[in-house]
Write a protein that binds this ligand. Sequence first.
Ligand SMILES: [Zn+2]
Ligand SMILES: [Zn+2]
Length: 105
Amino acid sequence: MFEDKTLVCKDCGEEFVFSAREQEFYESKGFVNEPQRCKPCRDKRKNAGRGPRELHEAVCAACGGVAKVPFIPRDDRPVYCSECFAKIKEEESAAAEETVEATEE
Ligand SMILES: [Zn+2]
Ligand SMILES: [Zn+2]
């Protein structure tokens, strides 16, 4: 028999119950992995493709302006506004092209 299990959500860090019924359902489907996320987070991911995404405000690491990002900004990662991000991407791809040319010789 299955027993309710308490798991920790990978997304929000909250504990959630992986109920005996769900475990039974998982086994009947042949799923081997336990759910990684709580129900609200799973629903959020399911709906992620639809509708406007939730944006978080952060300070752009390049210009100091307001950057709106679709993820929760973390201290150990620079966040850029869309303008700076586009600029950085451009520079990166230009640099990548240069290295390709250099190594092809
Ligand atoms: Zn969660
Ligand atoms: Zn910026």
